[in-house]
Design a protein around this ligand. Sequence first.
Ligand SMILES: NC(=O)c1ccc[n+]([C@@H]2O[C@H](COP(=O)([O-])OP(=O)(O)OC[C@H]3O[C@@H](n4cnc5c(N)ncnc54)[C@H](OP(=O)(O)O)[C@@H]3O)[C@@H](O)[C@H]2O)c1
Length: 393
Amino acid sequence: MHPHNTPTIALTGATGFLGSHLMAALLEKGYHVIALGRSTDDATLSQRIANILKWFGKEVPTGRLDTIEINFSQEALGLDRPKYKELCQASDQMIHCASDTSFSERRRQQVFDSNVHSLNHILKFAADARLQFFHYISTAYACGMNGTACKEQLPNTTDFVNVYEESKAQAEKNIATFCEENAIPHTIIRPTIVYGDSRTGRSLKFNALYYPIRSLMAIRDIYLNDIKNNGGKKSQMHGIKMDEDGYLFLPLKIVLPKSGGLNLIPIDYFVNAALQIIQNPGTGEIYHISNKTPVKLDEIVNYNEPFMKVKGVEIVYDDSPENYDRNPAEELFDRYIKAYLPYMHDNRVFDRTNTDRATSDLQPAAFNHDIFVRCMNYAVKMEWGEKLKRLGI
Ligand SMILES: NC(=O)c1ccc[n+]([C@@H]2O[C@H](COP(=O)([O-])OP(=O)(O)OC[C@H]3O[C@@H](n4cnc5c(N)ncnc54)[C@H](OP(=O)(O)O)[C@@H]3O)[C@@H](O)[C@H]2O)c1
């Protein structure tokens, strides 16, 4: 590390979806970034970061990007004393973007270890480094299930959809308390559901919005294969057939307990809004990076029909979904998307008072057919992420 004349930001999560985009944008804006992360069995942290920058079409910038392998679960982030001291001295601000994003209750211990217990060491670092600002990337869903009006305030409920939300809410509270007690200026930035770049469709992660489409495509391909290669016996039994117009007729009801939508934002909007907040932060403030207009699943199903050449997918709103007999395709689909279902009929409205003020009312692109097709084409091209893995990302 070295002296610097642009602010230096210690960034965690730079090997992930949101963090990598923040890293690329910060470098673009002239910041000095210290990426704090871990290696994998196949690559060191600096190799991983170089691969990611290559995906962005960028070289590793000389003198403005350092990578340091750390371990959050250890004191001094697992660094030896001189290295830790050097890191403290070099860091002006921190963006803590790393998180275990699993929704699985089976992984509760691991999720809490990564998202909550590790904060002891990260916040100690914030204090030791006397950071000018500590920015925490949380999630809008940390507000929990406490009614539909979500304020830009700390969570005040114990009712959450999954362990991920619960851990993020606990992390917010721990961060706010520690930072107030230690006079560390801080912000909490809460995106809703982030998808790829609205202009290019590029993405590094294919969950949430992508998951129902990927699941449907997998089910479609099972039946297409049956029709093309096995005489279509199974398809016939399940009432599935090829239409004359080349569409697959696949009767599949998605039963949702109530009407609602998905609160989607594209990654380009997330980055722009987060950077504006980071450049003009209000201490102790929480910012919802959300969409004023959630997207209804019906809309996505309509966009998907010509994209996938599948007919028969239908949204049904009924608060007794257990009353519906499920055909094998529906059973498979339900199983695939179980973890994401609560986000597909969400009525929560995210207050954006702080965000609108800090970002001069910057808004996300309206989700539409073109954006859907762009994003899904890229996802298919990247084999839903498998191809990126082969590129070492
Ligand atoms: N994606 C969304 O739609 C969304 C929406 C709202 C909020 N968020 C928030 O945005 C942040 C980033 O999410 P993301 O979607 O970018 O997640 P992601 O792609 O899964 O990336 C997670 C990042 O955290 C790192 N990480 C996880 N556990 C770690 C641990 N124990 N020690 C060190 N590093 C660890 C990962 O490192 P490795 O690469 O080494 O595993 C990776 O860099 C999270 O705080 C998440 O809560 C995301």
